[in-house]
Write a protein of this length. Structure first.
Ligand code: NAD
Ligand code: TYD
Length: 351
């Protein structure tokens, strides 16, 4: 594999994947295709933007003729597909944007790869990065396995489920050499502050309320983003064609417990009296159709490909907070402009 097209490489997870591939594999050319939506930010990649094995292309994965040009101009051998609309709350207000990018965009990308590879699949790979949310919502016990039936319940997870089905359909119908991973909630540096952890870090810094949906009883399984990027690297190189791999941290937290831990760490790092940040916790109207619990069984990835997370949650969270404290300019840039309008609308009824 020499020329790798990464889609969505200017986003949160994509930027860590691009950085890892650019640094670990100088013999590869990494082409980053990103539409630079509100979630895409080239500042995430400022440290590698001049690397000789890196190229940025601004474009939309729904644009079929642009995709054709990119595949032939860069002679693409492998695709690592991360571009997506990724925020559940936005999918509740604007579901069609999710169908457009996640379903139509993925179908367009698959179709462009099929046309360009034209049945010659030697040393080719189409890697689709997906989410555990396609499996639906768990009760208080149990885990998601690779063969758990799909049961998506938000427009976001339904559109990602649709994209997963299309990828498998191209494998079965056209023998496209695909591999899929479904990962749990990520956190870490460069996380856009519409998601729970970076939103709460930002609000603690701004001394603004910390909006906890419902009673804060919902459970998520959190994985440090650099560990996800490592897993993607392992699966890209060693994953078996046609297979699916679950990725997760065995790290379940109730939202309210997570926020309390975050408050404690923030108080320590900001030199504030214990309990200061917790006073900002505000219970707000629950998310519509809020999935109760996600929990991944990642033993296939561990047993077959030898991947394990490298940091504990306390270490990862501490490093994440440090990154946000050291990158206030990044935070200022991404929270100016459109972000304020989004925030006012999303949390309007609660503050
Ligand atoms: P993100 O929202 O931070 O980034 C998405 C990127 O895709 C942005 O750079 C954006 O500009 C780009 N993009 C959006 N629409 C596009 C289009 N039509 N054409 C080209 N580029 C477009 O997302 P993320 O959190 O980094 O997630 C990346 C992928 O990983 C997604 O496919 C998501 O479903 C999946 N995933 C995310 C998580 C998580 O916790 N964030 C967990 C599991 C899986
Ligand atoms: P989020 O970071 O949006 O990820 P996802 O919905 O993909 O799991 O939310 C994580 C959890 O935190 C989820 O249960 C919803 C909850 N949440 C809040 O309580 N308040 C908030 O302001 C946000 C954004 C999320």
């Amino acid at each position: 594999m020499k020329n790798i097209l990464v889609t969505g490489g200017a986003g949160f997870i994509g930027s860590h994947v691009v950085r890892r591939l650019v640094r670990q594999y100088p013999q590869y050319q990494i082409i980053n295709l990103d539409a630079l939506t509100y979630a895409g930010n080239l500042e995430n990649l400022s440290d590698i933007q001049d690397a000789t094995n890196y190229t940025f292309v601004k474009g939309n994965i729904c644009d079929a003729s642009h995709l054709d040009e990119i595949f032939s101009q860069y002679q693409i051998d492998a695709v690592v597909h991360l571009a997506a609309e990724s925020h559940v709350d936005r999918s509740i207000t604007d579901p069609l944007a999710f169908v457009q990018t996640n379903v139509i965009g993925t179908a367009s990308l698959l179709n462009a790869a099929k046309k360009y590879w034209n049945g010659n699949y030697t040393d080719k790979r189409f890697y689709h990065v997906s989410t555990d949310e396609v499996y639906g919502s768990l009760g208080e016990t149990g885990f998601f396995y690779e063969n758990t039936a799909y049961d998506p319940r938000s427009p976001y997870s339904a559109s990602k489920a649709g994209s997963d089905h299309l990828v498998r359909a191209f494998y079965h119908t056209y023998k496209m050499p695909v591999v899929i991973s479904n990962c749990s909630n990520n956190y870490g540096p460069n996380h856009f502050p519409e998601k729970l952890i970076p939103l709460s870090i930002n609000n603690i810094l701004q001394k603004k309320p910390l909006p906890v949906y419902g009673k804060g009883e919902n459970v998520r399984d959190w994985l440090y983003v650099l560990d996800h990027a490592h897993a993607i690297d392992v699966i890209l190189h060693k994953g078996v064609t046609g297979e699916t791999y679950n990725i997760g941290g065995h790290n379940e937290w109730k939202n309210i417990d997570l926020i309390r831990l975050l408050c404690k760490l923030m108080d320590e790092k900001l030199g504030q009296a214990p309990g200061t940040s917790e006073q900002l916790i505000t219970f707000v109207t629950d998310r519509a159709g809020h999935d109760l619990r996600y929990a991944i069984d990642a033993s296939k990835l561990k047993d077959e490909l030898g991947w394990l997370p490298s940091v504990t949650f306390e270490q990862g969270l501490s490093q994440t907070i440090d990154w946000f404290l050291e990158n206030k300019e990044w935070l200022d840039h991404v929270t100016s402009g459109d972000y304020q309008a989004y925030y006012e609308k999303q949390y309007a009824n609660n503050h």
